[in-house]
Design a protein around this ligand. Structure first.
Ligand code: TRP
Ligand code: ZN
Length: 879
């Protein structure tokens, strides 16, 4: 049989040839062999050509095959590593197959596998074909009934999607459970879990008064770490009712936490499976960021019940249809729970650091890509986070109420269907009665648009002319770009920092607002604002109203002014970031040292007033005092100066610490936690401000500062404070770091999530010994190369979050990453492909580093056997 094509194209989409009306699955779970019997009721679609039946199946061992009850002869079907072909089939028939699989050997964590003693599944995107023969594509939706048979003692819990309709004791030490999912779904939403698990139970009454059982399944020793997740689930359920009018649709909602998982979590219908990192938390084991991530991921998977499950994707090119929309929804939910300003800053920070980086490299792709080799490689920040920004722009363009109406219209019109991005935009367009033709380009055009602004104040006319020019750099396969519809939220300040009323020339009716949305649609356009007796200060792209790179003309004084006065908290923060970036990057450059020094005084003065402003939200203050991270700074340089960025940033940190030490000390003291640990925004903000101050004070590098870090660690009553101090101590010279690491390891007490932190802290260290210590850690008894969280903690953190040591000039960091990728590829290709992304910026470095990275990529590519995941990524990087 022909192998699947190397590259899959969106334009080649064809509808499936058959419907699968029902699927009956029967699993016999065993330590050695697991037997999967399937019974499919198939019907040829009237408009589809007659021909063979071809089902996906990845390296399955077929034991039996029956068509309408009759065993097929060997010449009636074909088998290969990827598919089963039945040569002649009637219009409507029942196909029964039995296959044998070995979950205990499945280290790729796709399909049915074991995590510890738990049987679990991961079917998105194409894992179901590793379980049984089926149409493994999202536009084939069927009703599933699943029976699980397993040893009663080892596997007391037997779960699948939907409602449990039968339980049996089989008398031979085994038992069974049968589950029925009343909703038709694509097979990527299928799930099965079995093991010796404890369960936390709760209830939720929906807006229409239905009772839903909520169950979180974890290993029994983790039962005390589920309260936060359960609380988050109930909040998310209520929020979706109140915000979108969306109600849960089954009688039971289950969440299972497993330690071995390739991603964050999975929205299987009625039975979510989670990486335990996004479920388990107690104040002593999880940081504030972990608590918030749990809330966000729980909500994300819950929201998929509508955006993803009830309405799913026609094909995997539409991935952002469910992911971008669902990330948008979880971000919106989280911003309703925490400090809205801080949440927006964090979300933009992820986008500008990671998604913008993706856009500048060889793996750049559109939110809706037009081709792929391995879909696993497209679960990216572009599809997820830029996708969410596109939805956010749609909300800005339509207004919040029309937007919600549009989303509801989309869900109503396509309930039970597999939809496309066009369907979504059509529903929004109809709700808002406006043209989204040009907007649609955002989905197909890759790259970060750049918007340059120049303005001219015309004193005689009391007017300001602003010229916007947009330009999008070329990306692989897309040399020429077309202008986009870019919403720009704008405000203006007078010289006293007060908001001005905006009036566009020619729009005399639209007076009276202090903020408005401009719709930029051309390569270059000029807008004229009137009734401005003095030159205003511009505040553009408020709340980061579009995912663009904005090039302004502001002086450093203006940036400092905005940092102090802008009523838009995002732009306040951004002004500070731009000022700090200017200083750090100029400081690395001899000729602009002097301007850098002046700007530094300006920044110090601004920070002083932030530290003295008691009325400011503490979480926001902590953000305003944050220096841009090294990865973000690297993106701003033509050729990355690894050491220059690090030392430049450290110098600014130290300068601020020396000049503002009294203030940092006072705010540090004033921000000590009082009372019990709480994850309320106020308490979280207080801790983040306190630890930001500690970060500066630590830069003083004195007896006293090191004592302060040690005391902070020892007196910590929660993981947030403890890890903040540990991180600082590990970066410092002296023996404290080693001592605290030892203490931290003992406290971890075999808690895998805490051990991950212990590995990650060492992988992130800026000390020169880091590479050597990582090599030692690779053979540490707690290092588990089969566990994705552990690999990401050590190798992921090193290659993605420690640019200074990963890019050490002799190339040894690169060699280490390549070796780990090569070792991992046969074990877990999805993870290997992800790790290879650590090389994607290789062309942006100096010649020595460039060559060293290229050499490692070539070494990988020349291996005799590469997974499709890894080969696609590495080949694209070398192209
Ligand atoms: N749909 C999941 C989410 O975003 C993503 C996911 C979980 C996934 N596990 C996966 C994607 C494994 C590919 C492979 O919520
Ligand atoms: Zn998702």
């Amino acid at each position: 049989m022909a192998k699947r094509a190397e590259t899959i194209y969106l334009k080649d989409y064809t509808a499936p040839a058959f419907w699968v009306d029902s699927v009956d699955l029967h699993f016999e779970l065993g330590e050695e062999q697991t037997r999967v019997a399937s019974r499919l009721a198939l019907r040829r679609r009237p408009d589809s050509p007659s021909g063979a039946l071809v089902l996906d199946g990845d390296k399955l061992e077929l034991e039996q095959i029956l068509l309408d009850g009759r065993p097929l002869a060997a010449n009636e079907y074909l088998l290969d590593d990827e598919s089963l072909t039945v040569l002649a089939v009637p219009e409507s028939f029942v196909l029964e197959t039995t296959v044998v699989i070995r979950p205990q050997d499945n280290t790729a964590l796709e399909g049915l596998y074991r995590s510890g003693n738990i049987f679990c599944t991961q079917c998105e995107a194409e894992g179901f074909r590793k379980i049984t023969y089926f149409f493994d594509r999202p536009d084939v939706m069927s009703r599933f009934t699943t029976t699980i048979v397993a040893d009663k003692q080892s596997y007391p819990v037997l779960l699948s999607n939907g409602n449990c309709i039968d339980r049996q004791d089989l008398g031979d030490g085994r038992h069974s459970a049968t589950w029925q999912d009343p909703f038709a779904k694509p097979c990527y939403l299928f799930a099965l879990v079995s093991g010796d698990l404890g369960c936390v139970e709760d209830r939720f009454t929906t807006c229409s008064g239905r009772e839903v059982a909520l169950e979180i399944y974890v290993e029994k020793h983790n039962l005390d770490k589920c309260a936060h997740a359960m609380h988050a689930l109930k909040k998310a359920m209520r929020w979706d009712e109140e915000t979108y009018g969306l109600e849960y649709d089954l009688d039971i909602y289950m969440i299972v936490a497993v330690d071995d998982f390739n991603m964050g979590a999975m929205e299987n219908k009625g039975l979510n499976i989670f990486n335990s990192k996004y479920v388990l938390a107690r104040p002593e084991t999880a940081t504030d960021a972990d608590f918030q991530a749990i809330e966000g991921v729980i909500a994300h998977e819950y929201f998929h019940n509508w955006t993803g499950n009830r309405v799913t994707c026609r094909d995997w090119f539409q991935l952002s249809l469910k992911e971008g929309l669902t990330v948008f929804r979880d971000q919106h939910f989280s911003s309703d729970q925490v400090s809205r300003a801080v949440k927006r800053i964090e979300d933009v920070c992820v986008l500008r650091t990671h998604q913008f980086a993706e856009d500048t490299g060889p793996l750049a792709h559109a939110v809706r890509p037009e081709h792929y080799q391995e879909i696993n490689n497209f679960y990216t920040v572009t599809v997820y986070n830029k996708g969410a920004e596109l939805v956010r722009m749609l909300q800005t363009i339509l207004g919040p109420d029309t937007f919600i109406r549009g989303v509801r219209r989309y869900l109503q019109h396509h309930d039970g269907q597999a939809a496309t991005v066009e369907d979504f935009l059509m529903a929004l367009r109809e709700a808002g009665n406006l043209d989204l033709q040009q907007f649609q380009r955002w989905y197909s055009q890759a790259g970060t648009p750049q918007v340059s602004i120049t303005s001219q104040y015309l004193a005689a006319e009391q007017a300001l002319e602003i010229t916007f020019e947009q330009f999008c750099p070329a990306t692989p396969g897309q040399a020429n770009k077309q202008p986009l519809h870019i919403p720009c939220k704008i405000g203006m300040l007078d010289t006293g920092g007060q908001p001005l009323t905006l009036q566009l020339s020619g729009d005399e009716a639209g007076t009276g607002t202090e903020e408005m949305v401009l719709h930029l649609r051309q390569d270059k356009e000029t807008l004229r604002f009137i009734n401005l007796p003095e030159p205003p200060v511009l505040s553009l792209f408020r709340q980061f109203s579009a995912p663009i790179r904005f090039v302004g003309e502001e002086s450093s004084q203006t940036l400092a002014f905005l940092l102090k006065h802008d009523s838009d908290s995002f732009n306040r923060w951004d002004a500070g970031q731009r000022l700090a970036e200017r200083i750090i990057l100029n400081g690395a450059n001899q000729s602009s040292r002097e301007t850098a020094a002046n700007d530094l005084d300006l920044l110090a003065a601004s920070f002083a007033s932030i530290l003295q402003d008691d009325s400011l939200d503490k979480g926001l203050a902590a953000k305003l005092l944050e220096l841009p991270n090294e990865l973000y700074l690297a993106l701003q340089m033509q050729e990355v100066d690894v050491e220059g960025i690090h030392t430049g940033r450290e110098q600014v940190r130290k300068h601020l610490a020396v000049n503002l030490r009294e203030l940092f000390r006072a705010v540090f003291n004033a921000s000590q936690s009082t009372g019990d640990y709480s994850v309320e925004p106020e308490a979280v903000g207080r801790r983040s401000l306190k630890n930001r101050c500690l970060w500066y004070l630590d830069a003083l590098d004195t007896e006293e500062s090191s004592q302060l870090v040690a005391d902070s660690y020892r007196s910590a009553t929660n993981m947030t404070d403890r890890i903040a101090a540990l991180m600082l101590s590990v970066d410092n010279s002296g023996a404290l770091g080693q001592e605290l690491l030892g203490d931290f390891y003992r406290r971890a007490e075999n808690d895998p999530l805490v051990l991950d932190k212990w590995f990650a802290v060492q992988a992130r260290s800026s000390k020169p010994e880091t590479l050597a210590s990582i090599k030692n850690l690779l053979s540490h008894s707690s290092y588990q190369p089969q566990n994705p969280n552990r690999v990401r903690a050590l190798i992921g953190t090193f290659s993605r979050a420690n640019p200074l040591r990963f890019h050490v000039s002799d190339g040894s960091g690169y060699a280490l990453l390549a070796e780990q990728i090569i070792a991992l590829d046969p074990v877990n290709p999805q993870l290997a492909g992800y790790l290879a992304g650590g090389f994607s910026a290789w062309r942006r470095y100096d010649e020595g580093r460039r060559k060293a990275m290229q050499q490692q990529l070539q070494r990988i590519v020349s291996l005799p056997k590469l997974s499709r995941d890894l080969s696609e990524v590495v080949t694209k990087m070398l192209e």
